[in-house]
Design a protein around this ligand. Structure first.
Ligand code: FE2
Length: 155
């Protein structure tokens, strides 16, 4: 946030015409918005137990309008040594199916991803953790009708 303050302070002292100052401020605000998003990602603001992104990301703690759909949409994370398996207990039909899984590290690195089709019998995917990985893991599952779900665990 210190960058934002600097930007505003310097605009106050600026001798430039108002229009230029306005567009400078606009630019400063856009930069601030981008910086906020980047900070949010790197500080794990998406941790499901802490923050609700109501209507955007559904979690066990914040299932919103899909409160009755948690069991069939929240990906289950199973860890066996370095092997991580994600399982969304959901049917797979042409009209209604799980589209995709991802496994993401604490630092936001996508460790693996799998896109499903309605022809897949189950929404199950497996990944291998990097050697010695320690930290949080995020699992996402996306239903074509019931949106984007996030679960997390720690290894
Ligand atoms: Fe669904």
């Amino acid at each position: 946030m210190s960058k934002t303050n600097t930007a505003f302070n310097s605009s106050h002292h600026s001798k430039e015409p108002t229009n230029t100052r306005r567009s400078f401020l606009k630019g400063a605000l856009s930069t601030a918005a981008v910086a906020t998003v980047a900070t949010a990602t790197s500080s794990n603001i998406l941790a499901s137990s802490h923050v609700s992104m109501a209507g955007v990301i559904y979690t066990k703690e914040n299932p919103g309008k899909w409160a009755k759909k948690v069991g069939g949409h929240l990906p289950k994370i199973t860890i066996d040594g370095q092997k991580v398996t994600l399982n969304t207990d959901h049917g797979m039909s042409t009209k209604h199916f799980i589209v995709r899984h991802t496994l993401v590290s604490q630092d936001g690195e996508v460790l693996g991803e799998k896109t499903f089709t309605p022809d897949d019998e189950e929404a199950i995917s497996s990944y291998t953790l990097p050697e010695g990985y320690k930290g949080k893991l995020y699992a996402t599952s996306f239903c074509n009708k019931h949106d984007f779900w996030l679960a997390e665990t720690k290894v």
